[in-house]
Design a protein around this ligand. Structure first.
Ligand SMILES: Cc1cc2nc3c(=O)[nH]c(=O)nc-3n(C[C@H](O)[C@H](O)[C@H](O)COP(=O)(O)O)c2cc1C
Length: 148
């Protein structure tokens, strides 16, 4: 069965919440998903063997969180070329992190990326806003299944 991995970096839980809703979207579309805190990714073997990936970080001081940067160096060694990819994160006003992650997945890892990164502004994550995260998960699953 097709399988996706979501890895998130979150300080106060908002990006973690978004990750959970993306996971629901993927699962509801019939693809298995593992949801992992970036702190639990010790080496690249934890990243291997999936059909699709969504990496997310909140933005702090105009950047992704440090553990996500470290994880991306591990992902470079995880044979993710050509795999479906997406990037996401909560932000307050500028939201650089999801864009940087997306660009790295596309340009360095040569992944097959969904349309854009998913940036959700906080506070204000209502169920209506979070539907975008569910839809993002649906799209990742659809792309994984289409590739079959
Ligand atoms: C000290 C500090 C710095 C921040 N810097 C930025 C920033 O540069 N750009 C931005 O868009 N949001 C910034 N934010 C807002 C966070 O990205 C936002 O609160 C986000 O929801 C946090 O996500 P998390 O709960 O997953 O940690 C900052 C927040 C704090 C507390």
């Amino acid at each position: 069965m097709a399988k996706a991995l979501i890895v998130y970096a979150s300080r106060t839980g908002t990006t973690k919440r978004i990750a959970g809703v993306i996971a629901e979207g993927i699962r509801d579309a019939g693809v298995e998903v593992d949801l992992v805190d970036v702190k639990d990714v010790a080496n690249e073997s934890k990243l291997q063997g999936y059909d699709g990936y969504a990496f997310g970080s909140a933005t702090y001081h105009g950047e992704m969180m440090q553990p996500m940067k470290t994880m991306l160096f591990l992902a470079e060694k995880a044979q993710v070329e050509g795999k479906i990819g997406g990037a996401f994160g909560a932000y307050g006003w500028s939201g650089e992190a999801p864009e940087r992650i997306y660009d790295t997945m596309k340009n360095i890892f040569s992944m097959d990326m969904v349309g854009t990164s998913l940036k959700l502004k906080s506070p204000g994550l209502t169920p209506v806003v979070l539907k975008a995260a569910h839809d993002y998960g649906t799209e990742i699953a659809r792309r994984i299944t289409a590739k079959g």
